[in-house]
Design a binder for this molecule. Structure first.
Ligand code: F6R
Length: 611
């Protein structure tokens, strides 16, 4: 939530800040701002609403702003205080000399604010962040050293934060620090960068240094100083980022979401690559460091995740239980962390997260780790905070996902679960899964076939775009597909969509059915096919508008369903990895038809770094 960026060097800082904020827009987009040092004076420029509003202000004042070669910027997802100009970052102190941008939540801000007000600080916003600006200014008044001022301030701050600070009297210094929020430094020649995430840096440098919790970094154009909260120097570990700027381009697609949906065949190939070579060879999963004997004897697995990652976890549960006979509990991280969880060293705890920065999931895995569980993390960001908690780390290699609605990272998580479940089954020696392996290898071609018929789904989307509600039904391994289809639709089109197990329909939801309710049945061949068919008959008898998503070629379906989305034939066990593709397209085309902001739906952010 929220993105921060900082630049100090010899170029026009504003251009780099604006580019950085544009690439961090997925982290929040309800207001934004920058602070620059123009001829010895810190100037703030802020706007409510989308980043374009800030860009317009910058354009009008460009000749003045572009004189600065230092600056910090922020894009906000509001937590404390409405998304207004006053609450937009950067925030400043009474004298206006300090400017601060912040990602996270200062938990003790009320006490700090009362203390600072009693010392004469005047607050202009409702944010928790403004306390940091006043606190740093107070400490600077005592020490005349910005790094020391920030260090002393962090001793008093409780909560989560990544902070960037500048001071008017120091036109070539940025001080940044973090605790439970991401922060990465980019190292250049005669210039340095700092940001919440790699996309803000990657077009300028590939040389990076990840900042750890409670470290304070001081950047000048030619130097980086790193200390810990007790003022001890810290060894600087730099690395080359494996990212290409092209990953951040839409490559001719209208939206990132559509581009990312189309990338899925290659994502599947990437995830399988090197792990599944041939159907008669065992899956290679060196990333799982848990001793094979311990893996065989595991009595229990818990999986924690949120949103779309949670839906991938539900498929994972089904696979592991089916192939390995080990009981698996799946729980939203946000619930797991607020109850007594029965976890110990014989439990494998799997955290699933696209971003690796989801606060609830980080807390959940840390909680399990403290009880001695082996922690396996499945993430698209091996450089993330969550990845650093891992005993075993499975990177899903989907490439950067810009659209807020997750698509390719979901398919990558699913395929990772298929590999993990097969690997575990092979370690246990319980079953022959060569048919599934063969199907996995040819899955990308089947996804390509679905994508080739996207215009049919676009037509369907137009027909149903103006309905207010939507129901998705499925059973068994595709119940998570129903949840995911409904989540995709509601998050980008704001239509009230719900996924139900088809068998539950008659226990309440059926009361809602009439001709204003589309019901999409996920009807994949297999052991629950006939059951879902009769549940669909029941819905049809209540005049619901019936849509089928199926791999069946049975022409009798035409009588029951008003519209049919047909996908290539696939085994029931692998069907979630194919059935979800048309549902992503359906949500995309409905949202696009309704003129919604597909890539940046309202009220959402790509990384949810608050609990
Ligand atoms: C939905 C979506 C969210 C995320 C959720 C968890 O399209 O993207 O529901 O899945 O916020 O995020 P990660 O996977 O980064 O932990």
């Amino acid at each position: 939530m929220c993105g921060i960026v900082g630049y100090v060097g010899n170029k026009k800082a504003v251009d780099i800040l604006v580019d950085g904020l544009t690439s961090l827009e997925y982290r929040g987009y309800d207001s934004s701002g920058i602070a620059v040092n123009v001829e010895g004076k810190v100037e703030l420029f802020k706007a409510a609403g989308k980043l374009q509003n800030l860009k317009n202000i910058i354009e009008k004042n460009y000749s003045e702003i572009s004189k600065s070669t230092i600056g910090i910027g922020h894009i906000r997802w509001a937590t404390h205080g409405a998304p207004t100009v006053e609450n937009a970052h950067p925030h400043s102190c009474n004298c206006g000399k300090v400017a601060v941008v912040h990602n996270g939540i200062i938990e003790n801000y009320k006490e700090l604010r009362a203390k600072l007000e009693s010392k004469g600080c005047t607050f202009r916003s409702q944010t928790d962040t403004e306390t940091v600006a006043h606190l740093v200014a107070t400490k600077y008044g005592e020490t005349h050293d910005l790094t020391e001022a920030v260090r002393l301030a962090t001793k008093e701050i409780e909560g989560a934060y990544a902070l960037c600070v500048i001071h008017q009297d120091l036109p070539d210094i940025i001080v940044a620090t973090r605790r439970n929020a991401p922060l990465v430094v980019g190292l250049g020649e005669g210039e340095n960068f700092v940001a919440s995430d790699v996309p803000a840096l990657i077009q300028y440098t590939k040389k990076a240094m990840y900042i750890e919790d409670n470290q304070i970094v001081t950047l000048t154009p030619d130097s980086i100083k790193l200390i810990d909260i007790d003022n001890n120097p810290v060894e600087q570990k730099t690395e080359m980022l494996p990212w290409e700027p092209v990953a951040l381009s839409k490559m001719g697609y209208k939206h990132f979401m559509l581009k990312e949906i189309h990338e899925q065949p290659d994502v599947v190939r990437n995830v399988l690559s090197g792990k599944l070579r041939a159907i008669d060879e065992n899956v290679i999963l060196k990333e799982v460091t848990l001793d094979r004997e311990k893996l065989k004897d595991l009595s229990r697995i818990q999986i924690v995740a949120c949103g779309t990652s949670l839906h991938a976890a539900l498929v994972g549960k089904y696979l592991i239980e089916e192939f390995c006979g080990i009981p698996v509990d799946v729980e939203p991280s946000s619930e797991y962390i607020y109850r007594k969880t029965i976890t110990d060293k014989n439990t494998l705890v799997i955290g699933v997260s696209q971003s690796g920065e989801t606060a609830d999931t980080i807390t959940a895995v840390r909680q399990a780790k403290s009880k001695g569980s082996h922690i396996l993390i499945i993430t698209n960001r091996p450089d993330s905070t969550m990845a650093r908690e891992a005993d075993s780390l499975i990177p899903v290699n989907a490439g950067i996902e810009v659209s807020v609605a997750a698509t390719k990272s979901y398919i990558a998580q699913l395929i990772s679960f298929y590999l993990l479940a097969i690997y575990m089954a092979e370690v246990k020696g319980v079953t022959d899964l060569s048919d599934l392996k063969h199907e996995l290898i040819i899955l990308p071609q089947k996804i390509e076939k679905v994508l080739a018929h996207k215009e049919d789904i676009q037509k369907l989307a137009r027909k149903f775009a103006n309905f207010k509600d939507f129901i998705f039904i499925a059973r068994g391994i595709n119940f998570p597909t129903a949840l995911e289809g409904a989540l995709k639709l509601k998050e980008i089109s704001y239509i009230n969509a719900t996924g139900y197990t088809a068998g539950e329909l008659k226990h309440g939801p059926i009361a809602m059915l009439d001709d204003s309710m589309p019901v999409l049945s996920i009807l994949m061949s297999g052991k629950v096919y006939d059951k879902i068919l009769s549940n669909s008959e029941e819905a049809k008898a209540r005049n619901a508008r019936m849509i089928a998503l199926t791999d069946s070629t049975d022409t009798k379906l035409d009588e029951l369903f008003e519209c049919i989305i047909r996908v290539p034939e696939i085994s029931e066990i692998l069907s979630p990895a194919l059935a979800v593709i048309p549902l992503q397209l359906l949500a995309y085309y409905i949202s696009e038809f309704l003129g919604k902001d597909v890539d940046q739906p309202r009220n959402l952010a790509k990384s949810v770094t608050v609990e």
